[in-house]
Design a protein around this ligand. Sequence first.
Ligand code: SIN
Length: 305
Amino acid sequence: MAELTTELAGVKLENPTVLSAGILGNTGEILKRVGLSGAGAVTTKTIGLKPRKGNKNPTVVDMGDVFLNAMGLPNPGAENFVEEIRIAKEGGKPIISSIFGKDAGEFAEVAKILKKAEPDLFELNISCPNVGSGMSFGCDPVAAGKVVEKVKAVTDISLSVKMTPNTHLLVEVAKSVEKAGASVITAINGLGPGMVIDVETGIPVLANKVGGVSGKFVRPIATRCIYSIAQAVKIPIIGVGGIYSGEDAAQHIIAGASAVGIGTAVKDHYLDIFKKVCDELDVILERKKLKSIGELVGTVKEVLT
Ligand code: SIN
């Protein structure tokens, strides 16, 4: 068995699989169960300052390998989530606390409340495609850097920044958040937004009309984003997007990710997905005669001409 441990800003993971934000992360008990089922770390649902209902149903469209969601960041509010993080920690795995705010100051307010539960990392969701200003920070290097600075001023807990792929300024945003003090980058959030229309009625299926796109086919786009970011920054990356197998995970890792986020695949593989990806990664490492995940990170080669 190869060494699957990895590290994100001093936080040790026993394997590189991370439950992504928004998937099963609503309560401490569920997060605990995901941790116990074999994930290397778990990310909570994105939490804001006040309780928030989110968008009206339908909020998801499941097309098999393609998935649209427009949840609209429903959450119970930061004060009500402190205890959930404490419970999640009983699973024994690092907890990544995903947060959002309407401006940089509100991001900091949320962090100030949730730091009481001592998560291992904060993940700043500056990239939600489903709420009015959700992606605005993620498309603006200056605004993204400011969010990091404001949150850093209120906590010593290391920060990851979740990137949107929906910008031509991807690399500039990554460089800016690194300069502002982010310790990790999570790449990527949902693509799009996209739209699905019911042909009989002519009505968009999602009540929000549009939603973030995830699933199998997102993987090559995520790999490209991870590759571009890894060429530009030194901080570790959690590679997210379309991971259903060890082969998918290995592509993100070779592109530069130190850990991999798994989200939509939970729908098809339930909690077995974390062990499945780890087992398949182990086979790949053996095949390549590598002793550890670290030996695979960022090993992408130049194209032969
Ligand atoms: C949502 O709650 O709408 C999805 C969250 C996200 O993609 O950031």
